[in-house]
Design a protein around this ligand. Structure first.
Ligand SMILES: Cc1ncc(COP(=O)(O)O)c(C=O)c1O
Length: 460
């Protein structure tokens, strides 16, 4: 059968409030063209993020009711612990309220001023948490990752040559850990191959630099390995995930993605001493080590979600529906990061709107148009999010790519919702030459994209 089949039935529905184009124009103006500031009830299709926006299963809701809310050593914690250990395999599992809390604890213990942390591509909170502790976050994507139209099965890979050079240049003593983000969210949601994880591990081993995985989308990554990497077709997704983690000393995890939960995260390590320090810090800021800032019912939902996310029927539908959206718009001529990634489609706004200069934020301009056209909320992953300041001149240096991410929440939208998104993108694409750039009227000192205020740039 060619028809995409959602392997679930809908038990509960949430109405979507319809809006007119005129209403959306006013809403956009009020939010200063920043879609983070638009109320969700004014959004028709919310593709801002796949983080914490998924629908839970009947089994997860039942698990929520079973949550044992004891302050210490609750039954729910041990269920969570057993599940995480069976998939991730690490010795210590520290629950946190979400992924960035795990990052903050990890980097505040491991990083000092002058240190460098390499990654295929740091996610924004990862980068910000490293920089907050005075260290430098270095992105080492493979060169294919910087060419949106280039086809490559594992564009999320970390550049092994670049990693060797970095170690030689700054010395292993200044690299407290290296990371690989699976799948590579900021690099287009592209997967990382097992061969690459293995190679990175081999490079780090003689220098005693620990490897950590940013594991948010580990199941999607494992499924891509099954589909695309030789020798993995007959392995289960769980076995593939276990092998991925076997090369790492620890991981950070946001359960809001492949934990199929609305909140939660965790930090894992095999290092006893480090775990002790991490737990102490956890108690100070998150909570007792058996709940880490979460309600026990959330730990239940995560434990069940981590099992459900490994079902191949689910992953086939998940990866298939993202691919469907990507292929439909690409066929119409819309430039996207190829091939379609695991959780999102990334439109190449620089290629689609070549008349808008990078520092007039073509991605942000496209985000605004998609909302105006059809009430779709997407997010810019380009110079608004990742431009850097030149330390000498103070001038902004554009990000390497100007992308617009359409992240698909898990188990939320149906095929007809996706068809609506396709139609809207095609309409915006047809009038692309008339779209104007943006300028920033207000920005915060870090993570500016969340609160920035924009105005339309003068037309040129
Ligand atoms: C790759 C990656 N790492 C870390 C995070 C941070 O996780 P959280 O939002 O749970 O803090 C995210 C969130 O989107 C992510 O995509």
């Amino acid at each position: 059968m060619k028809t995409l089949f959602e392997p679930f039935k809908i038990k509960m529905v949430e109405p979507i409030k319809m809006t007119t184009r005129e209403e959306r124009k006013q809403i956009l103006k009020k939010a200063a063209f920043n879609l983070f500031l638009v109320h969700s009830e004014d959004v028709l299709i919310d593709l801002l993020t796949d983080s914490g926006t998924g629908a839970m299963s009947a089994e997860q809701w039942a698990g929520m009711m079973r949550g044992d809310e004891a302050y210490a050593c609750s039954r729910s914690f041990y269920r969570f612990l057993d599940t995480v250990k069976s998939i991730f395999g690490f010795k210590h599992v520290i629950p946190t309220h979400q992924g960035r809390a795990a990052e903050r604890i990890l980097f505040s213990i491991m990083c000092e001023k002058g240190d460098v942390v390499p990654n295929n591509t740091h996610f924004d909170t990862t980068r910000a948490n490293i920089e907050f502790h005075g260290a430098e976050a270095v992105d080492l994507p493979v060169s294919e990752a910087l060419h949106p139209a280039t086809l490559h099965p594992f564009k999320g890979n970390l550049d092994a040559v670049g990693l060797r050079q970095l170690i030689r240049k700054i010395g292993p003593e200044h690299i407290p850990l290296a990371m690989i983000t699976v799948t590579n969210n900021s690099g287009g949601g592209q997967p990382v191959s097992m061969a690459n994880i293995r190679e990175v591990k081999e490079i780090l081993k003689p220098h005693h630099i620990p490897l950590y995985l940013d594991a948010c989308r580990f199941a999607e990554n494992a499924y891509f390995i099954k589909l695309r990497e030789e020798g993995y077709a007959n392995k289960s997704v769980k076995e593939i995930a276990q092998e991925m983690f076997s090369y790492a000393e620890g991981c950070t995890m946001s359960a809001k993605k492949d934990g199929l939960s609305n909140i939660g995260g965790f930090l894992c390590t095999n290092d006893d001493k480090l775990a002790e320090r991490e737990r102490n810090l956890l108690i100070l800021t998150e909570g007792f080590p058996t709940y880490g800032g979460l309600a026990a019912r959330d730990l239940e939902a995560i434990a069940i979600g981590l099992e459900e996310v490994l079902h191949e029927d689910y992953l086939q539908y998940r990866i298939g529906s993202v691919k469907y959206l990507g292929e439909k718009i690409a066929q119409a001529g819309v430039p996207i990061v190829q091939p379609p990634g695991g959780h999102a489609i990334y439109i190449d706004a620089r290629a689609m709107l070549p008349h808008i200069r990078p520092l007039e934020y073509p991605g942000q301009a496209l985000v605004a148009e998609l909302y105006l056209e059809a009430g779709i909320r997407s997010v810019e992953i380009g110079s608004v999010m990742f431009a850097r300041k030149d330390p000498k001149t103070g001038k902004e240096i554009p990000a390497p790519m100007e992308l617009v991410r359409l992240a698909i929440p898990r188990r939320v939208y149906t095929q007809s919702h996706i068809d609506y998104v396709v139609e809207a993108i095609m309409q915006v694409y047809q009038r692309r030459e008339r779209i104007r750039g943006m300028k920033i009227a207000y920005e915060a000192p870090f993570l500016r994209h969340f609160t920035a205020k924009f105005e339309r740039a003068e037309s040129r």
